[in-house]
Design a protein around this ligand. Structure first.
Ligand code: NAD
Ligand code: DAU
Length: 337
């Protein structure tokens, strides 16, 4: 049995990871440590909550004593650090919590993992650490780190720290850098769920700038399968890019959602651009494909339809979210646009 600490497992990607992995494998015992911030939601984990190979602990990765207790009690040998403040717009409204959780929180985990001599420490990072691309070219693992937002700079700082622990202490670390994810349970502050839910509610669809910024979309299960593979077979000290070669302009995604839901384009509203808005992300994932044999399995056409249908079928999941603190955030983020 592999005892794995998964942090941030009540968020979008972490909960999909836990639900998927517990279905696929019986050799993992997963301890999920999550603070349940606005983005954490135990409803995402209903199908896993009674699994004997799973335990949830509510807590902060910044809490040294708690983290120490978990490593000791559960004899943790593997760590996957998903926990983070993850939304760029929120990092522009207030950066401090991003540096606390994403940088210092990662340090607490690393230090504890070092003391307990873990076998693998996987840091879930992002392609945003590379900054922004022009109209051509792809991010490779050797593209220089050049983050532009408080969020991406906090993730880049964590990556550099993780690499320093490899070089200085010989810690068995791995870093994955994935592109934009979509799928079930994504919090509706992010582009795709926000546009689906606003469309269903006949609300305006706020497009930043000219709508021509490009993101490279991957279905969340493809990302999580890659994370699992890197944990198992990745070479320590290495970075692995993850992406599905699916570049799309924001406006085209929004039009696709409108068309699928039979709504008109009059809902589209161009608003003030995001400050420092990265123009284009695009991932070269040939390293993980060639060295570890990973490849994406889901086509964008079918997985985006599945995702939209999921939001149609799970209205009560997102209605509970958008009736709470979300309203305050939404008004602050969008009122003066
Ligand atoms: P999310 O915001 O949906 O979930 C984050 C989770 O972390 C939440 O459950 C939250 O409660 C928890 N958390 C936050 N602060 C914590 C703390 N101090 N202690 C313990 N738990 C805490 O994020 P996500 O989209 O699922 O992203 C997960 C990870 O993947 C992040 O590290 C993010 O940087 C990275 N990533 C995300 C994407 C994407 O497209 N969403 C792409 C590449 C990488
Ligand atoms: O690339 C990986 C990253 O993808 C992750 O590291 C981040 O955690 C994740 O949030 C995501 O970052 P983005 O900033 O690319 O995602 P977001 O969904 O916020 O925005 C996607 C694009 O859509 C971006 O160009 C901004 C635009 N956008 C977004 C929102 C919320 C709009 O035009 N209007 C909006 O209301």
């Amino acid at each position: 049995m592999k005892n794995i600490l998964v942090t941030g497992g009540a968020g979008f990607i972490g909960s999909n990871f836990i639900n998927h992995i517990l279905k696929e494998r019986d050799d993992y015992f997963i301890v999920n440590l999550d603070k349940l911030t606005y983005a954490g939601n135990l409803e995402n984990l209903k199908e896993s909550e009674n699994n004997p190979n799973y335990v949830f602990i509510k807590g902060d990765i910044l809490n040294n004593e708690l983290v120490n207790y978990i490593f000791e009690k559960y004899k943790i040998k593997y760590v996957i650090n998903f926990a983070a403040e993850s939304h760029v717009d929120r990092s522009i409204l207030g950066a401090e919590v991003f540096y606390r959780t994403n940088v210092i929180g990662t340090n607490v985990l690393l230090e504890t993992a070092r003391r307990f001599e873990v076998e693998r420490f996987l840091q879930v990072s992002t392609d945003e650490v590379y900054g922004s691309l022009g109209p051509t070219g792809l991010f490779t693992e050797s593209t220089p780190i050049s983050p532009n937002s408080p969020y991406s700079s906090s993730k880049a700082a964590a990556d550099l720290m993780v690499q320093a622990y490899y070089h200085t202490y010989g810690m068995p670390v791995l870093i994955t850098r994935c592109s934009n994810n979509y799928g079930p349970f994504q919090f509706p502050e992010k582009l795709i769920p926000l546009m689906i839910i606003n469309t269903l509610n006949n609300k305006k669809l706020p497009v930043y700038g000219d709508g021509l910024n490009v993101r490279d979309w991957i279905y969340v299960i493809d990302h999580n399968k890659a994370v699992d593979l890197v944990l198992e077979k990745g070479k320590v000290g290495e970075v692995y890019n993850i992406g599905a070669t699916n570049e799309m302009r924001n406006i085209d995604i929004i039009k696709l959602i409108l068309k699928y839901l039979n709504k008109g384009e009059e809902l589209i509203e161009y608003v003030k651009d995001r400050p420092g808005h990265d123009r284009r992300y695009a991932i070269d994932s040939s390293k993980i494909q060639n060295e570890l044999g990973w490849k994406p399995e889901f086509s964008f056409e079918s997985a985006i339809q599945f995702t939209i249908d999921w939001y149609l079928k799970n209205q009560s999941w997102w209605e509970r979210i958008i009736s709470g603190d979300y309203i305050k955030y939404y008004n602050e983020q969008y009122q003066n646009k």
